[in-house]
Ligand binder design. Structure first.
Ligand code: GUN
Ligand code: FE
Length: 476
């Protein structure tokens, strides 16, 4: 690949490389990256690197390459509900809107039809790695995993464990049945046939106790045994999303000192645990999560939409807790991480505005200030990779990492007029009052414009492990 590249590095910086040459192996990993390669030097660099026969994919004017997005929290069966029932807060929303929809996935035909569209749509939004919740149904969730596997997306897929505080028509009959279902799905996903495209398995199972409210203590104990016997198994759940949810949780576990401690008492807080929301955590809970090295999925669209609150992401980052972004469809009304980026920015500005009169902002910290573009980009890519414990494989472009990438188009031929970039050219009468931009400044502008005004129309190609699997230019 040859052209402009945006490459996240840290919460405070990314590289904007105007003329980058990046080589991908047949296994879909990055072989080498050379920056500042003039047009006329491409072939020479290729032959120096011993890549004489390799195809060069040139990026066009107005295009740039960036790492794929990581969605650390979404519910595949809730996609048909996006934009419905948003007058509710969490617990009423679950009862009135969400559980009735999820119950439909007892029907495997409905599940297949729906999930094909869901996965296609999520991929076309530029999500190359996605943490999916299914329903409580084993068969429907197997279908979800199989569709993702065939499409070639990277993913964690779990079926919900839920044996109480759910309607009669949508609840598991016993802890034993719930755990047996989880085991069956884990075995199924781990024995999916190897893909013809890569020897690296891309779809992995994830243990998914829905949240403490929907799990009895015997169920959580059985999940604890399962998790302890399988340290590589990732875990996902919800935490501290809404005040009524927190109060109900503490009433169900009267001996627990906090919501986080409920999960910890069942050994469910560990390095590969992904905790969604974390809006109202106490200091002790943040300390515990940090000690256990668990990660947090920040779901700002959902947190606004279900009136849950504003998560203190800057504070979590200052504490060194891993944070990624989640769409939390259909608490959130968009399957795109771009929407999560926009709302993460707004959420951080809400916190910053409320802290304006105090001396709360401290140098070199993130709390009480607006998230910057490098920080937002980081959360959408590398932060998500860390939360998934996949930061050795994905998150940015570096040698030996997988090529999970997007080709973004912000040029004038773009289908999304909102993202068309650039000053009038040639300059209009009355003169050009904007300073000429360097290539790097231009690329900075493209990135910001894409993050805030872009959508799936700007995403031309989506690659996972080197394979083209989606985007507007993909017809597969
Ligand atoms: N808590 C338990 N289940 C859910 C869910 O489906 N969505 C959200 N946002 N929170 C939950
Ligand atoms: Fe959720």
């Amino acid at each position: 690949y040859y052209g402009a590249v945006v490459n996240p590095q840290s919460l405070t910086s990314y590289q904007a490389l105007a003329r980058c040459l990046l080589a991908v192996s047949s296994e879909g990993t990055i072989d080498w990256i050379v920056d500042d390669v003039d047009d006329s030097m491409v072939q020479e660099v290729m032959s120096q690197k011993g890549c004489v026969d390799a195809e060069v994919v040139p990026l066009r004017e107005g295009e740039f390459l960036m790492p794929g997005f990581v969605d650390t929290h979404t519910h595949a069966p809730q996609v048909p509900n996006m934009g419905s029932g948003q007058q509710h807060e969490l617990l009423d929303w679950l009862d009135n809107v969400t559980f009735p929809m999820e119950a439909n996935f007892a029907d495997v035909e409905f599940a297949r039809e729906t999930y094909v569209e869901v996965v296609r749509r999520v991929i076309n939004c530029g999500t190359t790695m996605c943490c999916y919740y299914g329903t409580l149904h084993v068969e429907a969730t197997k279908i979800l995993a199989e569709i993702i596997h065939v499409k070639g997306q990277r993913a964690f897929v779990g079926k919900c464990n839920m044996d109480r505080n759910s309607p009669d028509y949508y609840v598991e009959p016993s802890p034993e049945a719930s755990v047996a279902g989880a085991r069956e799905l884990i075995t199924y996903i781990r024995s999916l046939p190897p893909s013809p495209h890569t020897t690296t398995p891309l779809v992995h199972p994830i243990l998914t106790p829905r949240f403490a409210i929907s799990c009895t203590s015997p169920l959580l104990s059985s999940l604890q045994s399962l998790a302890l016997s399988d340290p590589a198994l990732a875990i996902q759940t919800h935490i501290s999303e809404n005040p009524s949810e927190i109060a109900f949780t503490l009433s169900l576990f009267p001996n627990a000192s906090s919501y986080a401690q409920v999960y910890d008492s069942f050994s469910l807080l560990r390095e590969n645990t992904i905790l969604a929301h974390a809006v109202h955590l106490q200091d002790e809970e943040k300390q515990l999560i940090k000690e256990r090295k668990a990660g947090i999925s920040h779901c700002p669209t959902s947190n606004f939409n279900l009136s849950s609150g504003v998560a203190p992401v800057g504070d979590l980052l200052d504490r060194g807790i891993k944070v990624g972004l989640g769409t939390d469809v259909s608490g959130g009304f968009s399957p795109s991480i771009l929407t999560a980026v926009q709302h993460a920015s707004i959420a951080s500005k809400v916190i910053a505005m409320n802290a304006r009169d105090t001396s709360a902002v401290k140098d070199g910290t993130f709390a009480n200030r607006a998230l910057t573009i490098p920080a937002l980009l980081y959360l959408a890519t590398m932060g998500g990779a860390e939360v998934c414990c996949l930061d050795k494989q994905i998150g940015n472009f570096s040698v030996s990492k997988s090529f999970d990438a997007l080709i973004i188009n912000v040029g004038k031929d773009n289908a999304n007029p909102a993202a068309v970039w650039g000053e009038p050219h040639p300059p209009r009468k009355g003169g050009n009052h904007t300073k000429p931009k360097s290539k790097k400044e231009e690329l900075d502008g493209w990135l910001e414009k894409f993050l805030f005004c872009g959508d799936d129309r700007n995403i031309r190609r989506v690659y996972v492990q080197g394979r083209l699997i989606g985007g507007t230019a993909f017809s597969g």
